[in-house]
Structure formats: structure tokens, C-alpha cells
Write a protein that binds this ligand. Structure first.
Ligand SMILES: *[C@@H]1O[C@H](CO)[C@@H](O)[C@H](O)[C@H]1NC(C)=O
Ligand SMILES: *[C@@H]1O[C@H](CO)[C@@H](O)[C@H](O)[C@H]1NC(C)=O
Ligand SMILES: [Ca+2]
Length: 333
């Protein structure tokens, strides 16, 4: 399956959001045994979304419900999950004509996204700023999130897993902090902190997001993205397979035909920018179109409640899905 612009953007969004969430989580777990941040987990996000080239339904669930709600749905029975989805469909249907249109779906997705960002920022603001000052200073943020590094040797700080080390994470946060700090006092207001945590929503953060994505991809730090770095980001051969899956071959072709615009065999920053964030890209609209396409059984470009409920697994999760995943994972234990 070819990776679309939508999926790539979702990936970037998920990555940045998760990095922030992890930074947040680490504040309370300054550790000896438990590292506050496992660099491997960071990278496994890539793998998760594109595992074996399959589209991961969790990304759609999170876009439709928001990450918090989506986790709740994962614990419900299929019946309860469908019942609640029915109630949500009534809310999405703004003009109450019994049909969900593309604009209605798009508004809903944009709303869940805003709601999630507000909750997430609120949670991390309280955590990093318990005295509720007007701003958070870099020094205080660094201490709570990366203070544990003071006790590490420089080898430990620089030790890489999949090209990511604590040192590089600190550097990434520092750069992003500076980009979010509009008035250049090195302290972030709540608004600036929002841009720091969710840069995907802020035009002024585009350059720093591009830079982070580029250096994630550029494993050998030579300033350009080879086709293997491009593929390696989505797919790691298990080692014992001689034949690449077809979708990997398709991605190679798409690299040279659509991504490598100047045909020099590598992606430069501009080519990566074109790929991850085309100028006119609207995340909510792209996701709404995708969901509509998946559920619109009679192809009239509107969804009845029945059409949505028939495809409830596309929109929301349930215990049944989780159970299936648990079974699939069983091998590893
Ligand atoms: C809040 O203000 C106090 C007093 O100035 C300061 O010690 C503390 O570090 C500040 N907290 C943050 C998160 O910047
Ligand atoms: C930034 O925050 C620190 C710590 O709270 C404070 O001492 C300093 O005065 C602040 N700087 C500005 C320019 O507000
Ligand atoms: Ca500031």
C-alpha cells in the first residue's frame, strides 16, 4: 500500500505529539532503573503505523475520537462501541437531516483535534508549572524532563538507538523551544507552550518540524535522504526474508518517480517538505475524505447512520479489536 500524504502527515503529527507526551511523562519518573524515555519506543511509532505496509486503524480512531476517547472505546464491547458511535453520529449531523456530509465530518474531526490539544496542553502545563506562573522557563523544563541526564556519563548520553540518543532529544527540544518562543525571553507562555507541544498546528513552527523530520530520516547524517533511509523509516526487513513485500517495491518506485523531484537519487530538505506538508494540505479534510470513502457503501458521498455503524471498526475501536491484537501479539511472549 502506498503511503499517502495524509498518512505521512498523521505520522508527523503523532510523532511530535507523542514525543511531547513522553517528555511530559518523564517529568515524574526521574529514574535509576526505568529510563524516562525509551528511544526505541520513539522509533517504533514509525513501525507501528506502517507495520508490514498495513494501514493502522488506530490512527483513524484517534483522528475521529481523539486519543483519550479512542482509548476508552478500545475497552468497550462491540455492542457498546456501536451504541456510543450512534450517539456521536447524531452530534456530527449538524443540520439533523439524518445524513453525515463531508463538511460535517471535517468539522467534527477538527473539533476533536482542538479538544485533544487543549486537554493535552492543560495537563502538561499543570505538570510542568505547578505554581501556575505566567510562563515556564527553559531551565525549569530542562530540569524536570532531562535532569536525569546530569547523572549519566557522556557515553550514556550519546548512546544511540536507531539514531536517537538522550543528547539528541534534548537538542531537539531545545531547538523547538527556541522556535516556539516568540518574544525571545526563553520562557514560554501557555500559548507558546502550545506551539511547542503541538507544532503541527502552527505555521510558524513548520520549519522546525521539517528539520526534526529530516534529521529523523537522515540516519547517516549526510544531509540527504537515500532511498534506503526513506524505506527504512517505514519498513525494516526481518532479516530472514529474501523478497521485499510488494508495497516496499512500490515505495521505491514512488521515491524515484514522485519524491525525488530533481532525480539526483536523494531527497533534499525541499523535497521532504513537499512530501510531508504540501502547501494546501488540510489534515481534517483528508481524514474526513478517507473515512467517508471507507464507509460510503452506496457511493452517494453522504453517510447514513447505518453506513457508519456497519463500519464501526473503521471509526472507533472496541474490545474485539484489542482481543484480536492481543492474539496476534501472543507469539512474542
Ligand atoms: C515559577 O516561579 C518561581 C518563582 O519565580 C520559580 O522558582 C519557578 O522556577 C517558576 N516555575 C517555572 C515552571 O518556571
Ligand atoms: C523567565 O523565567 C525566569 C524563571 O521563572 C525568571 O527569573 C525570569 O525573570 C523570566 N524572564 C523574563 C524575561 O520574564
Ligand atoms: Ca516567550
Amino acid at each position: 500500500m502506498a503511503r499517502t500524504g495524509t498518512q505521512m502527515l498523521l505520522l508527523v503529527v503523532a510523532l511530535t505529539a507523542t514525543a511531547a507526551a513522553i517528555s511530559g511523562a518523564s517529568a515524574s519518573s526521574i529514574p535509576e532503573e526505568v529510563p524516562p524515555y525509551n528511544p526505541l519506543e520513539h522509533d517504533s511509532l514509525h513501525a507501528k503505523h506502517f507495520d508490514g505496509g498495513e494501514h493502522n486503524a488506530q490512527f483513524d480512531h484517534e483522528a475521529f475520537l481523539g486519543p483519550d476517547e479512542s482509548k476508552k472505546f478500545d475497552t468497550l464491547t462491540p455492542e457498546e462501541s456501536r451504541r456510543r458511535l450512534g450517539l456521536i453520529v447524531d452530534r456530527i449531523d449538524e443540520d439533523k437531516d439524518g445524513l453525515v456530509t463531508l463538511p460535517e465530518l471535517k468539522n467534527w474531526i477538527a473539533y476533536t483535534q482542538r479538544r485533544y490539544i487543549e486537554e493535552d496542553v492543560g495537563r502538561l502545563w499543570r505538570q510542568h508549572n505547578p505554581e501556575n506562573n505566567n510562563t515556564i522557563s527553559w531551565d525549569s523544563y530542562r530540569k524536570t524532563v532531562y535532569g536525569f541526564m546530569d547523572d549519566l556519563s557522556s557515553e550514556e548520553r550519546e548512546q544511540e538507538e536507531n539514531g536517537i540518543s538522550y543528547k539528541s532529544l534534548l537538542k531537539r527540544d531545545r531547538n523547538r523551544w527556541a522556535a516556539a518562543d516568540k518574544d525571545l525571553d526563553d520562557n514560554l507562555t501557555r500559548e507558546e507552550f502550545t506551539a511547542f507541544l503541538h507544532p503541527e498546528e502552527h505555521p510558524s513552527m513548520k520549519a522546525v518540524v521539517l528539520q526534526e523530520t529530516f534529521s529523523d530520516l537522515d540516519k547517516d547524517n549526510d544531509g540527504k535522504i537515500s532511498v534506503d533511509e526513506y524505506i527504512g523509516d517505514m519498513y525494516r526487513s526481518a532479516g530472514d526474508e529474501d523478497v521485499e513485500p510488494e508495497w516496499v517495491a512500490n515505495e521505491r518506485e514512488s521515491f524515484s518517480e514522485h519524491r525525488d523531484l530533481d532525480k539526483d537519487g536523494y531527497l533534499n530538505e525541499e523535497e521532504v517538505r513537499q512530501w510531508i506538508a504540501p502547501n494546501d494540505f488540510d489534515h481534517s479534510e483528508a481524514e474526513a475524505k478517507h473515512l467517508l470513502f471507507e464507509a460510503d457503501a452506496d457511493h452517494d458521498e453522504k453517510l447514513t447512520k447505518e453506513e457508519v455503524l456497519d463500519k464501526y471498526d473503521v471509526f472507533v475501536g472496541s474490545q474485539a479489536t484489542d482481543f484480536g491484537e492481543a492474539l496476534a501479539r501472543h507469539d512474542e511472549f
